[in-house]
Design a protein around this ligand. Structure first.
Ligand code: CDP
Ligand code: CDP
Length: 226
């Protein structure tokens, strides 16, 4: 079997990417790389340092000095920024609402993509984000694009943030914010959120997590047997 088998999973916010990516990675013994967490960690650092988020050069210099590690643990993946565990704070509303602006800068994306490709070297990998199939891993063995209605995605994120005790807004407001972030991510100039031509689209609106995982595993198996 190929040593560095690559699975790319893209899609809009709360479509289920990270949940299914983690499970597929676990079952296949691949590593999981949450690229959104990397953009969130940079955004957290930029907000802490009160940097102008429209200044791509400045953000790039902040990124150059940032050590971002994705650490697998038995309680899931932890995100470590400059030695500090930021896994929870990067999911807060202030980071979520600023991350699309930070990630729209060419300088920032160039450096992030280098780091992401580096992490995926010489190992089986499941990577999720917005530009994985189109840009980060254009030759990925399996490319998936997950979709779900915005109502369903808002409801999923609402329940998730409630369970984590970090919900700061109503369901209606959350839906608005998700729709706005999708719009910004889809309309930006550099590597926008778009389905790769050769990606397989799965609408997860009425699918369970297990259904989606099973479909992806079947595609992985099929590719591996080629
Ligand atoms: O979990 P959720 O889908 O809400 O977002 P995420 O995957 O944590 O990504 C947060 C944000 O980072 C996205 O809304 C994008 O603005 C940005 N991002 C990106 O531009 N490219 C990626 N490959 C991953 C995330
Ligand atoms: O990574 P992304 O933002 O695309 O979504 P996620 O964080 O994996 O999923 C958002 C929430 O939806 C999680 O709480 C999942 O458990 C839930 N989910 C679901 O209910 N049904 C699915 N088919 C996929 C995810």
């Amino acid at each position: 079997m190929k040593e560095n088998f690559q699975v790319a999973i893209d899609g809009p916010a709360a479509a289920g990417k990270s949940t299914v990516a983690k499970k597929v990675a676990q079952i296949c013994s691949f590593i999981y790389i949450d690229t959104g967490a990397m953009y969130r960690a940079l955004t957290f650092k930029a907000l802490e340092e009160k940097v102008d988020l429209t200044d791509g050069q400045k953000l790039k210099s902040i990124l150059d000095s940032a050590i971002i590690k994705l650490k697998p643990t038995k309680n899931g993946q932890r995100v470590i920024l400059d030695g500090e565990d930021v896994s929870e704070v990067i999911r807060y509303q202030n980071v979520t609402n600023a991350v699309s602006l930070v990630s729209s800068h060419r300088e920032v994306r160039k450096e992030m993509v280098l780091r992401q490709r580096n992490l995926a070297k010489n190992t089986g990998v499941v990577m999720d984000g917005r530009d994985i199939g189109t840009h980060v891993l254009p030759d990925a063995d399996v490319k998936i694009f997950l979709r779900a209605s915005v109502e369903e995605r808002a409801l999923r994120r609402y329940k998730e943030l409630m369970a984590k005790n970090i919900l700061a807004v109503s369901l209606e407001k959350l839906q608005e914010e998700i729709a706005l972030r999708d719009k910004k991510d889809s309309e930006r100039e550099v590597s926008p959120l778009v389905k790769a031509e050769d990606a397989i689209e799965i609408d997860t609106t009425s699918l369970s997590i297990e259904d989606v995982v099973d479909r992806i595993l079947a595609l992985v198996k099929e590719r591996q047997s080629h």
